[in-house]
Structures are given as C-alpha cells and as structure tokens.
Design a binder for this molecule. Structure first.
Ligand SMILES: NC(=O)c1ccc[n+]([C@@H]2O[C@H](COP(=O)([O-])OP(=O)(O)OC[C@H]3O[C@@H](n4cnc5c(N)ncnc54)[C@H](OP(=O)(O)O)[C@@H]3O)[C@@H](O)[C@H]2O)c1
Length: 214
C-alpha cells in the first residue's frame, strides 16, 4: 500500500501534485535537484505539509516516486536509486522547453519507453502527464461525481493497478490504456493531451481494444 509519495521536481507540476497528494492524505517528500535547504522556503509556502529532502532521500523513503522534472533533465536522476520502485512518469517532450532531443524525435516508441531504458529497474507507469498542473487540484472530484474526469495510465498491469488507486484518491477515474507503449496515445499532440475527459470519453479516445478490455 502506498502511504509516502516521493516527488522529484518542486516546480509547477511537482508542487501541484504535492498539494493534491497531501489533500488525499499521503505523506509527501519532495526534492529539487539540490540540497533540501534550496527548496525549503518554497515548500513551506507553496506545499505546506510536504517535507523537503534531497532527491536520494525522497526516493529512498517513498513507496511511490513521481518524476516531475523537465524531460531534458531525466538523466540527472540516478537510475540506481529507482531500482525496484514504483515510478510515475509525468514527463512530456516539449520542444520549446526541452530543445531538440533526438533520442525522442528519432525513436518511434512512446517517450516513457525511451525513459524506461534509462531506468531499467524501475516499475514505470505513465500518467498525470496529460493534465495541466493548474487543473489538477481544480478538477479533482470525489468518486461517483458525474463531473469527475479520467486520467489515462500506461505500464505493466500490476504496477498500474497500484498507481490507479493513487489516481483515484487524487480525485480522478484511472483508465488503464495498456503497456508503456500505449502512453503514446496521450502524449503531446494527441487528442487526449491537455483536454478534459470523463473516463468513458477517454476509453473512446484510447480505442476499441482498450474499451473492450475494460
Ligand atoms: N506544466 C504542466 O502543466 C505539465 C503537465 C504535465 C506534465 N508536465 C511535465 O512535468 C515535468 C515538470 O514540468 P514543470 O512545468 O513542473 O517544470 P518546472 O516548473 O521547470 O520544474 C522542474 C523541477 O524539476 C527539478 N529538477 C530538475 N532536475 C532534477 C533532479 N535530478 N532531481 C530532482 N528535481 C529535479 C527542478 O529543480 P531545480 O530548480 O533545482 O533544477 C524543478 O524543481 C516536465 O517533464 C513536463 O513535461 C508538465
């Protein structure tokens, strides 16, 4: 069971996820790229209740890790620390921010599959990437609310089921899309990315194979 969430990235997405996780009752450990002292003030003000740590400590103490760093910086995260961990990949390839990254533009696979090569021991699940950071708290709704939105997940089914419960507690209906390859269906440029969808609408966008399996 997940009780402590470690977030790598104390920027826009990491902070919004931290607040959402705190509201959902999780313990939150959060890190930037440097010492905890570098983000202490911002954590106190922006994500009160979260504990600022180094990245190594945030990962070591977490039941689940959330990668919320710019994609062009993912290799600054030590892959050895993530071995065996459940890890959510929120990262998107966004050229204006990330620059030209041939390893992604030159690879037909989903970005999470490419990232997964660098974190071979991590149990990677792609989600939380297709909702804007500003919508995460605004759109969260209790289970059963007719206005509740869905969030797609891609990864191995067993790990995705653990992450699905977290997404549910965050206030969204988790919609399993398939293996990490299926994450391509909700990357930037897809109809799902940046839109607001109910779980049913997401299933339709993801296609008949997913809808039939659901
Ligand atoms: N913006 C959105 O609405 C949105 C939505 C969904 C997903 N995403 C994805 O979320 C990711 C983060 O986006 P953002 O807008 O939150 O970026 P951001 O505001 O620039 O924040 C990035 C954070 O990552 C930290 N960081 C960099 N390298 C790190 C490392 N090795 N370990 C720990 N922390 C590290 C930075 O810390 P330092 O300042 O110390 O370098 C900073 O706190 C991106 O991949 C983006 O594609 C964005």
């Amino acid at each position: 069971m997940v009780s402590t969430i470690g977030i790598l990235g104390a920027g826009r997405v990491g902070s919004a996820i931290a607040r959402t996780a705190l509201t959902a009752g999780y313990t939150v450990h959060i890190a930037g790229s440097g010492p905890a002292a570098d983000i202490q003030l911002i954590v106190d003000i922006v994500t009160p209740g979260a504990v600022a740590m180094t990245a190594a400590d945030a990962v070591a103490t977490a039941d689940l890790v959330i990668l919320a760093v710019p994609l062009h910086k993912y290799r600054s995260v030590d892959p050895a620390t993530l071995a065996g961990k459940i890890v959510i990949d929120t990262m998107n390839y966004w050229q204006p921010i990330d620059g030209d990254l041939h390893e992604f533009t030159g690879d037909a696979r989903s970005s999470s599959e490419v990232v997964g090569d660098y974190f071979p021991g991590a149990r990677l699940v792609k989600t939380l990437n297709h909702i804007g950071y500003h919508d995460l708290e605004a759109d969260a709704r209790p289970a059963g609310d007719p206005e509740r939105h869905g969030l797609a997940l891609a990864g191995d089914p067993e790990t995705a089921a653990v992450v699905a419960e977290v997404i549910n507690r965050f206030g969204f209906d988790p919609v399993y899309a398939g293996s990490l390859a299926a994450g391509a269906a909700f990357e930037p440029g897809s109809p799902i990315f940046g839109g607001r969808h109910t779980a049913r609408e997401l299933l339709i966008e993801l296609g008949p194979a997913v809808a039939e399996a659901a």
